[in-house]
Design a protein around this ligand. Structure first.
Ligand SMILES: [Zn+2]
Length: 423
């Protein structure tokens, strides 16, 4: 028999010899040395490193690339919501599609094979984010998988009519129920918001993905909802199906206060998505000295056994003026900020942008660089897996469901001009 694709001479484990990867019918069928099967197509990786394709479990596509339209000046969360709210009121379909494609093309080129997108669902922009993403999900289906979250950025109780719009979004084909419980006027409403999200998710048998506890501290209870959400998750038997983005205020607690919350998150099998680009940019704005890093306590969460992933969140808008949808860039930044420098820590960061992120999206069963898994992988222009995070190398080949989707030709010559003793 003839297989579809054979990748020769590829580095999968730094401490083992180079291997060949045989791919057929969109799946990895063998990883061995010296595979000689007849093949339709061959890649000679020449010793380059391969890793599973990247996963972005938290990305806002509908409001990307708005950074020069109404630039933010203060750099606070409140300003970002306000400025973006003004622009959201003017969203035009073709414009949203154009900016969204720009993000998705970047993601594909960077080796991302799955995205969970969080389009705003509210009375300001209506369902345009969901509609455009449903279209793009089809358009990009051979390049990456897209999950759509019905995300109520403006609150649910605070913004009457939003719950109905979210229900409509779920009916249209959104996959995941979103939430933004901090954006309500009281702790009582925050709890009601969370309860409504769970009710809707149960109705549709859908996963839940909320923006939660996005503040510098927990003094305002609306930004200390993690324990409540964890308890609710267990009460509704939703273990493993809930992800929370940001959760930065947890990092401000003393270890003995944080510990019981982290233990609840572990028991409820909640996935925590840290969003360093945004959290670093918007956090700690009132600190006049010793400005905090303001991330969720990744080290404590990881040590406790909580699944932690990271993602880009926003690409060039008032929430995050930078970004190019490159998980290696975000991972490298995260490693610095949380001081994950040992070899084990560096490997852990790479897992947070791949396996852990896949788990957060609920796609881990078919995911990974192993026989029997879906052939979604990226071959990097570097020769050790451990150098991925350090080199941030070009993505030489990206493979989605066994098909080559990206080939990057990169060559650079260094000319040494010896000056022959001249000063
Ligand atoms: Zn977000």
């Amino acid at each position: 028999m003839e297989i579809d694709l054979l990748i020769k001479n590829v580095r999968v484990h730094d401490d083992k010899p180079l291997v060949d990867i045989a791919i057929h019918d969109g799946k990895i069928v063998a990883i061995e040395t010296g595979i000689n099967t007849k093949t339709h197509e061959t890649i000679d990786a020449q010793g380059r490193a391969a890793i599973p394709g990247f996963v972005e479990p938290h990305l806002h596509i509908d409001k990307a690339f708005l950074h020069r339209r109404l630039p933010a000046v203060q750099g606070t969360l409140e300003e970002a919501i306000r400025v973006t709210g003004i622009l959201k009121g003017k969203q035009q379909r073709q414009d949203v599609l154009g900016r969204s494609r720009r993000v998705l093309d970047m993601a594909v080129k960077n080796g991302t094979i799955a995205i969970r997108a969080h389009p705003d669902v509210d009375l300001i922009q209506g369902l345009i984010g969901v509609e455009t993403l449903l279209e793009l999900k089809e358009e990009y289906q051979n390049l990456l998988d897209i999950q759509i979250v019905a995300f109520p950025q403006e609150g649910i109780i605070k913004s009457a009519g939003t719950l109905e719009l979210m229900e409509e979004a779920m009916g249209m084909g959104a996959d995941v129920v979103g939430g933004c419980p901090y954006n309500e006027v009281s702790w009582t409403d925050t709890q009601r918001h969370i309860d409504m999200v769970f009710t809707m998710a149960q109705k549709h048998d859908a996963h839940i993905d909320m923006h939660a506890d996005f503040a510098d501290d927990t003094s305002d209870h609306r930004f200390a909802a993690a324990a409540y959400i964890a308890q609710k998750t267990m009460d509704t038997h939703y273990e493993g199906r809930v992800s929370l983005g940001h959760v930065t205020s947890l990092g401000a607690l003393d270890p003995d206060e944080a510990k019981p919350v982290i233990e609840l998150l572990r028991q409820a099998q909640i996935n925590i998505i840290t969003l360093p680009a945004t959290d670093l940019y918007l956090g700690g704005r009132k600190d006049t000295k010793n400005q905090r890093r303001g991330l969720t306590p990744v080290r404590s969460l990881t040590q406790a056994g909580v699944n932690v992933a990271y993602s880009s969140n926003n690409i060039r808008n008032a929430f995050t003026p930078f970004g190019k949808a490159d998980p290696l860039v975000i991972g490298n930044m995260l490693a610095h900020v949380i001081q994950f420098g040992t070899l084990d820590n560096q490997a852990a960061i790479l897992r947070m942008g791949t396996q852990n992120a896949a788990k957060a999206m609920g796609i881990e069963k078919a995911y990974g660089l192993e026989v029997g898994k879906q052939a979604d992988l990226v071959i990097l222009d570097t020769f050790e897996v451990a150098d991925a995070l350090l080199d941030i190398p070009p993505r030489s080949w990206v493979i989605k469901r066994g098909k080559i989707t990206v080939v990057t030709h990169y060559s650079c010559e260094i000319h040494h001009h010896h000056q022959g003793g001249k000063q």
